[in-house]
Design a protein around this ligand. Structure first.
Ligand SMILES: *Cc1c(COP(=O)(O)O)cnc(C)c1O
Length: 396
């Protein structure tokens, strides 16, 4: 059935693709070994480095983010290697499952799904590993199932304090282009990214930013790899080509998306996201509902997960919102199913879109008979116009 007006896609990814990116991709398929392609792919390969903030190569796969998770591990590790992972939520759990299936031995530091990774616990575990059996530490920067962002800089400092040689791998699939991130400065060895969240693109591209240390690790890494192998990719990329057919039209979109992020200025992009997070939390508080993330230092600028009051199902509420107001909200994942809904406020998004989103949530709460106080949208307006008490804490 036709629903008039624009659909509000407020899940925390895939996100709304700006018209400029859609137009940029509306191109004929070209010869991916010809000169026109090389010119465009050079821009994509150089440009993406500025988003990860690295001078090293960034490998671009025609794959969803999950592929880049796998690539990060198979290029650097060997069967039976121990990896230290932190249970921040559903996505860290998926990455750990993937590591197990690859024949690695992940050790999972338990978390409560209400905060980011705790650098202290990582430090303690590394100090205890006197034999240096742990080959990598893997953390999710922005845990999309909970709306908690880990402070990667602090994880790096904690690792440095131990002098432990483990590689640091970070999943930035829902933070890249939304929350400040610095691959080189923070000494990350492999950063995993995806196209469809903060990067303004449809699903279909994923990334590995790599450090010199990670490139060195590939030389002795024994996990089988072929499609995901960095080596061939990086040497082909030096000539602006790819070892297999790249996602040509998505690369056109990537070049445009990178240009848009720089036109706005990355720092402004991060500030905008942090502000929208603050305004959203002010709304949640005014409704008398609870934000899932309990640590203000870990509040996410990309999304906010909201706990439903006891006895009310989040999926029923989301259905009411979709059917009445044509807006998709994110569902609760795994153990949070039915208990939380997630408001995505990342990507190509502005104050009025946020107000439409929060008004839709407030209308939905009323329509679905979920107990709450009115005034959440107003509280968000107060923050957005500088009259509110909300603080824009952006986790780094
Ligand atoms: C979306 C997401 C993934 C999974 O990416 P896919 O593109 O669905 O494979 C992994 N990690 C995080 C943090 C995500 O947000």
């Amino acid at each position: 059935m036709h629903m008039p007006g624009r659909h509000f896609l407020q899940i925390p990814g895939p996100t709304n693709v700006p018209d400029r990116v859609l137009r940029a991709m509306d191109m004929p398929t070209i010869d991916h070994r010809g000169p026109a392609f090389a010119e465009m792919s050079r821009k994509a390969l150089d440009g993406i480095k500025t988003i990860f903030k690295t001078k090293n190569p960034v490998v671009i796969f025609p794959a969803s983010g999950t592929g880049a998770w796998e690539a990060a591990l198979v290029n650097t590790l060997s069967p039976g290697d121990r990896v230290l992972m932190f249970e921040t939520g559903h996505f860290s759990t998926l990455w750990k499952g993937l590591a197990e299936r690859l024949g690695l031995q992940p050790e999972f530091i338990q978390g409560d799904w209400r905060s980011g990774a705790d650098p202290q616990k990582i430090e303690e575990r590394l100090r205890a590993d006197t034999a240096k059996d742990i080959k990598a530490v893997c953390v999710v920067h922005n845990e999309t199932s909970t709306g908690c962002a880990t402070r990667i800089e602090d994880v790096r400092k904690a690792m440095d304090a131990t002098g432990h040689p483990a590689l640091l791998m970070v999943d930035t699939i829902s933070s890249l282009g939304s929350i400040d991130y610095r691959h080189d400065e923070w000494g990350v060895d492999v950063t995993v990214g995806g196209s469809q969240k903060g990067l303004l693109l449809p699903p279909g591209l994923s990334f590995n930013a790599v450090s010199d240390k990670a490139l060195e690790a590939t030389k002795s890494a024994k996990l089988p790899r072929s499609y995901w192998a960095w080596g061939e990719m990086i040497s082909a990329n030096e000539k602006a080509i790819f070892p297999y057919t790249p996602a040509t039209n998505l690369l056109y979109g990537l070049v445009e998306a990178i240009a848009m992020l720089h036109e706005e200025g990355l720092d402004n992009v991060f500030k905008r996201h942090a502000n929208h997070g603050a305004a959203t939390r002010a709304a949640v508080e005014a409704w008398g509902l609870e934000v899932l993330c309990q640590d203000p230092r870990h509040y996410s600028g990309s999304l906010t997960a909201v706990l439903m009051p006891e006895g009310h199902n989040a999926d029923e509420f989301r259905k009411t919102v979709l059917e009445n107001y044509n807006m998709s909200l994110g569902n609760g994942l795994a153990k949070l199913a039915g208990r939380v809904f997630r408001i995505g406020h990342l990507g190509d998004f502005n104050d009025l879109m946020l107000m439409g989103t929060l008004s839709g949530v407030e209308m939905g709460l009323r329509k679905a008979g979920v107990p709450h106080r009115a005034g959440g949208a107003q509280a968000a307006i107060d923050v957005l116009t500088g009259n509110g008490s909300g603080t824009a804490v952006a986790a780094e």
